[in-house]
Design a protein around this ligand. Sequence first.
Ligand SMILES: [Zn+2]
Length: 319
Amino acid sequence: MNLLDKLFSREIERRTGAHAISIYIEENTIKRKRSHSLGASALKASNTKVTTKKTEGSFFHRLDLRYPWLKLVVVTLIGIISIIDLLNLTISSTGEYGVRARIAPMSKHLKVTERVLAGKKLVALTFDDGPSDATTPRLLDILTEKDVPATFFMLGTKAKAFPKIVKRASKNGHEVASHTMYHQNLVRISADAAKNDINEAKTVIKEIIGRSPRLTRPPYGNINNAVRDNVGTPMILWSVDTEDWRSKNVDSIVSVAMSELHDGAIILMHDIYPTSVDAVSKLIDTIRKEGYEFASISELTKIRGVKLKNGVAYYNFCP
Ligand SMILES: [Zn+2]
């Protein structure tokens, strides 16, 4: 076993199958326009190969670069991440492209842990008001099959009722976020009541997945100063409203989403309606046909270089 394999094995062991290694080829922000079309050819030119390792049901992908010394640099740095847990590294060989490596919580169910995002238009699928034992498990199956990460804004009451679904969503590599405990209109209740509603949901979710949700979506997107002061996380709203709760119609959901779609969009859906889940497969295929790829909210903010702030509302992550 050489040094590279040792580093990978150690990382894999340490993470006991719950995590995987993601490597993104990221375009240089200054030369964004030019690198757009060049992003794919850079990969080709560097003769990059992706190797898959399977360990205890988990898939790990390794980025193999043509030059052994470059590979050594990349992998050594990935080894270092296992200690510091986070790395934003840019290795520039041409001055135009970099390799950005980071460790991301990924699912053992997701087939692809590496998504090359350079030159891609990106969108985030988000689902509110769940989980529901009638609809969410089927949605999770579809997301796994399509290898799409999503962000779930869960209600504390529903999370409490269906903790196994919350755990599964988290383990599958999706982002579990808060939609408050009781779905109250936070601007119509007292600051204290709003604070309690927000905090109760955090506690419930933390008990289930072992960490407090890092993102909140206030019900109805309603925010006032009391909410800003008390939410304690960034607030994620949306830029594409599928109105799935209103139409309850697959074709309408897909056409509304596609008519409003843009790079950096946050798409709002609800995983409690069977028609919304019915629409997801077609929606994913249609979006991909337009050249988009999917990212969770956290991935999207990282890729777009946005540092989220507590108490601030975000509607999209356009480039
Ligand atoms: Zn809602």
